[in-house]
Ligand binder design. Structure first.
Ligand code: FAD
Ligand code: NAD
Length: 465
């Protein structure tokens, strides 16, 4: 068996692991990263990037198709558009290829050694890797577990045949005629909306009373309106029971006890993700857990000295930018810097139509934490730029402490609001007060003016409403 030693071993090259390794390399730490699949992990290969490529293609196609049926308010006419999904998927694969090559180059530039293969813990300092050329033993002073997550499978709907996870959905070569989506969370809504725009007849089955239960009803309302316009059927408080007797439909039980067969040539199950902790020897290490996830402290340390964990394997929020921030912090800690998790907010975005952004506390969360709050909400219907883009549904909402005007949270729903998220997080992270946002000149005409107006409105003197 080949052997090597290093100061830092990172297991998993998703956004958590590869960022940790790059930063460690920059800091002069002798670093090895092991990856069983493709560099870039879930995010780059079967998650964030592929899904956003598909969503964009679907948006473009929907806009052109809309024009072809003479419904464009702007007077645009297009004739008989069609989509070749196989070509769309190979365009998406091209983007993924460029990004994974980019990650390899960045790791090499930071002098990180890449080992391809599946890692398995032998003990808290030693890992065995099954590589194409045989077994490799790696000894390390510190180990970072960044093994990510897998889609949750429902016992009544195992992934096979027409029952698929997001991974298969992102590589379909043909648009399904009838698509049933089980789970109305992030993935179900992002992909369900995209497939409806590509021409599928979509039904979303959600177990709780509201789709996107993480967001408050005001933020979800514009999304629901749009789902209706797109002809997407939404069943809430509904349970997926399995396949129908002939195996060709999804059997659903509604809140009032009715059993429905939902015609579906594909059933996309998106009911959450579980940490990837099986098969890498983690069971034997017996690290402390928080539910199914690895328990970490504010420095991403696990219960075993020298072993850190970052990203999805450590639980919610399972977001790429959280994994990256943890990875960067852990590399600096291993390099001897004094760091701890001190972030005020991890922004979350749902790339639905319209998009939803939430940074910091919602009004309800702020009240639950004992704050008396001031809230300013500004609708895009009163924003000139939104009007010129035919994107008037939605709003920006600012939540601030009533006593000091310190901004506690900013939320928005509207077309393209994902790109406003940075200013929301920056305001919260820098401890901005309502006056700081209100006093910052926001360029005209842009949708970002809605943020300034929301802050002005919370102060009681909005100018454009
Ligand atoms: P991962 O990206 O899962 O990477 C873990 C890596 O570890 C994998 O490459 C895996 O092969 C490797 N690995 C596992 N076990 C071993 C082992 N024993 N040995 C060697 N290698 C191993 N997040 C967002 O922030 N924005 C989005 O828009 C977004 N969209 C998403 C869309 C979809 C469809 C999905 C599924 C997820 C999406 N996410 C999004 C979530 C995001 O992808 C994850 O939060 C992120 O990838 C987590 O990063 P990670 O580094 O923890 O793990
Ligand atoms: P999710 O937690 O967002 O949504 C799962 C949904 O399924 C919930 O609404 C839940 O109530 C519902 N559900 C659970 N069991 C059910 C059942 N038996 N029948 C019907 N509904 C059921 O999970 P997801 O959509 O699978 O996404 C997984 C993770 O990936 C998310 O937690 C998120 O962090 C990440 N993600 C993020 C983005 C983004 O940032 N834009 C996009 C996609 C995924």
């Amino acid at each position: 068996m080949k052997e090597m030693s290093c100061k830092l071993l990172v297991i998993g090259a998703g956004p958590g692991g590869y960022v940790c390794a790059i930063r460690a390399g920059q800091l002069g730490i002798d670093t090895v990263i092991v990856e069983a699949g493709k560099l870039g992990g879930t995010c780059l290969t079967v998650g964030c990037i592929p899904s956003k490529a598909l969503i964009h293609a679907a948006d473009e196609f929907d806009a052109i198709r809309h024009a072809s049926i003479g419904k464009s308010a702007m007077g645009i006419n297009a004739e008989n558009p069609s989509i070749d999904l196989a070509k769309t998927i190979s365009w998406k694969d091209g983007i993924v290829g460029r990004l994974t090559t980019g990650v390899a180059n960045l790791l090499q530039k930071s002098r990180v050694k890449i080992v391809h293969g599946r890692a398995r813990f032998r003990d808290g300092k030693t890992v065995e890797v099954e590589t194409e050329t045989g077994q490799q033993l790696i000894r390390a002073e510190a180990i970072v577990i960044a093994t990510g997550s897998d889609p949750v499978e429902l016992p009544a709907l195992p992934f096979e045949g027409r029952v698929i996870s997001s991974t298969e959905a992102l590589s379909l070569k043909e648009v399904p005629k009838n698509l049933a989506v089980v789970g109305g969370g992030y993935i179900g809504l992002e992909l369900g909306t995209a497939f409806a725009k590509l021409g599928a007849s979509v039904t979303i089955v959600e177990a709780t009373e509201q789709i996107l239960p993480l967001y408050d009803a005001d933020l979800v309302k514009p999304v629901l309106r749009r789902l209706g316009q797109l002809g997407i059927k939404v069943l809430t408080s509904a349970k997926a029971m399995g396949l129908s007797a002939n195996g060709e439909a999804l059997l659903v039980e509604t809140a009032d006890g009715r059993k429905l067969d939902i015609a579906a040539d594909r059933i996309l199950v998106t009911v959450g993700r579980r940490p990837r902790t099986i098969g890498s020897g983690l069971e034997e290490l017996d690290l402390d857990r928080s539910g199914p996830y690895l328990r970490i402290d504010d420095r991403c340390r696990t219960s075993m000295r020298g072993i850190y964990a970052i990203g999805d394997v450590t639980g919610e929020p399972m977001l790429a930018h959280r994994a990256m921030a943890q990875g960067e912090m852990v590399a600096e800690i291993i390099a001897g810097k004094k760091r701890a998790w001190d972030k005020r907010c991890i922004p979350a975005i749902c790339f639905t139509d319209p998009e939803i952004v939430s940074a910091g506390l919602s009004p309800e969360e702020a009240r639950e934490q004992g704050y008396e709050v001031k809230i300013g909400q500004f609708p895009f219907a009163a924003n000139g730029r939104a009007m010129t883009m035919g994107a008037e549904d939605g709003f920006v909402r600012v939540v601030a402490r009533a006593d000091t005007n310190l901004v506690l949270g900013v939320q928005a729903v509207g077309s393209g609001v994902s790109e406003l998220s940075a200013s929301f997080s920056l305001a919260i992270e820098m401890g901005a007060r309502l006056e700081d946002i209100a006093g910052t000149i926001h360029a005209h005409p842009t949708r970002s003016e809605a943020l300034q107006e929301a802050a002005l409105r919370a102060l009681g003197h909005a100018l454009h409403i």
